[in-house]
Design a protein around this ligand. Structure first.
Ligand SMILES: NC(=O)c1ccc[n+]([C@@H]2O[C@H](COP(=O)([O-])OP(=O)(O)OC[C@H]3O[C@@H](n4cnc5c(N)ncnc54)[C@H](O)[C@@H]3O)[C@@H](O)[C@H]2O)c1
Length: 323
């Protein structure tokens, strides 16, 4: 019988993949787990991705330093605690490994199978998948008890929410260890008790996307007014009010009356709208091609992302007063 890891036995954290998500997850454990002095290793199959990640981490640490919330020498120690490696064997003695390779099931199965062979049977294997089945991924290993989903939001260093997703066989001890670990680094872990596609966050997001695209397609509202409706209606309420609190405030009887006539009219199509396909065929891919529902220039994107991250941080400080 393998002795399962509790939070105090996690000393070395391995991360697979240093693309968009991996480096920020590493920064999180290095900065907010400073008192635990985690050893952190990121492994990537691509040397050029490792080089890009180094530059990106320099920028991220400079941004964190500019908040004035951390001592410069502490940040330097945190930065030095992160190793970037091109050899998978560097992960072999990790107590926890978080996989952040592209969202392709076959690839994740292959990586989990490799990690299962590489590490001691007590090592917890987590996936940052956005919605693939944890149960299926865990079945590529001989330790489904110790496999779990940790779905971080982008960027993980800033965004508090992490969905902790239980596969069919994930043990309660594994869940507890991961929830405690994430809480210790200032995250807001939530438990997804059933392994369903997209987990919870992306299902909610998809429901909103489905309805706004439907309303646009039906000619009910133009893009700009849809943006205003979501932002200055629902969007303004949500940072200070919880969803079920909103239902309670409206009154459950009133809500039932409204939903009785509204539900049958909501969009429930099972495929994305055909206009989306036409936009994609026309090369309108969003920020990456400079045109989607809005138009973008390269410098706009960089500048606005930086401003948005700074604003998100301010909003977060404010929102926490309404927990
Ligand atoms: N990008 C986001 O906004 C976001 C948000 C939440 C969750 N996720 C999820 O996180 C995961 C990673 O996404 P990302 O955006 O960081 O991907 P990415 O494409 O930016 O990076 C993936 C990295 O994995 C590396 N890689 C590929 N195959 C590998 C292998 N066999 N071994 C080691 N490294 C390998 C690649 O070289 C690349 O550097 C995905 O499952 C994605 O769905 C992404």
């Amino acid at each position: 019988m393998v002795k399962e890891m509790d939070v105090s036995t996690i000393k070395k954290i391995g991360i697979v993949g240093c693309g968009v998500m991996g480096p920020s997850i590493a920064e999180l454990f290095a900065i907010f787990g400073a008192s635990s002095e985690y050893e952190i290793v990121i492994y990537d199959i691509s040397p050029s991705q490792i080089e890009k990640a180094k530059t990106r981490m320099d920028i991220d640490f400079a941004k964190v330093s500019s908040t004035g919330l951390f001592n410069t020498s502490d940040l330097e120690v945190a930065r030095n605690r992160i190793q970037l490696e091109n050899d998978i064997n560097s992960l072999a003695d990790s107590n926890l490994i978080i996989e952040a390779v592209p969202e392709k099931l076959e690839l994740k199965l292959e990586v989990f199978n490799q990690l299962d062979k590489l590490t001691p049977p007590s090592t917890i294997l987590a996936t940052n998948s956005s919605g693939l089945s944890i149960t299926q991924i865990a079945n590529a290993t001989n330790r489904p008890l110790m496999c779990i989903g940790t779905h971080f939001m982008n960027p993980p260093l800033l965004m508090p929410l992490v969905e902790v997703v239980k596969g069919k066989q994930t043990s309660d001890q594994t869940v507890q260890t991961i929830v405690e670990l994430l809480t210790n680094v200032n995250k807001r872990p939530v438990l997804v008790k059933k392994d369903i596609p997209g987990y919870v966050h992306n299902r909610l997001q998809a429901a909103l996307f489905r309805e706004v695209m439907y309303l646009l397609d039906e000619g009910v509202m133009e893009v700009q007014d849809l943006e205003t409706t979501v932002k200055y209606g629902l969007g303004l309420r949500l940072p200070v009010m919880k969803v079920f609190e909103m239902v309670d405030l409206m009154g459950l009887d009133t809500i039932q009356n409204v939903l009785n006539y509204l539900y049958p009219t909501l969009n429930c199509s099972t495929s994305p709208p055909s206009f989306l396909k036409q936009m994609i065929q026309a090369g309108e891919l969003g920020t990456k091609s400079g045109k989607g529902f809005h138009d973008y220039t390269k410098s706009d994107i960089q500048e606005s992302m930086q401003q948005k991250e700074a604003a998100t941080f301010q909003l977060l400080l404010m929102m926490q007063q309404y927990d």
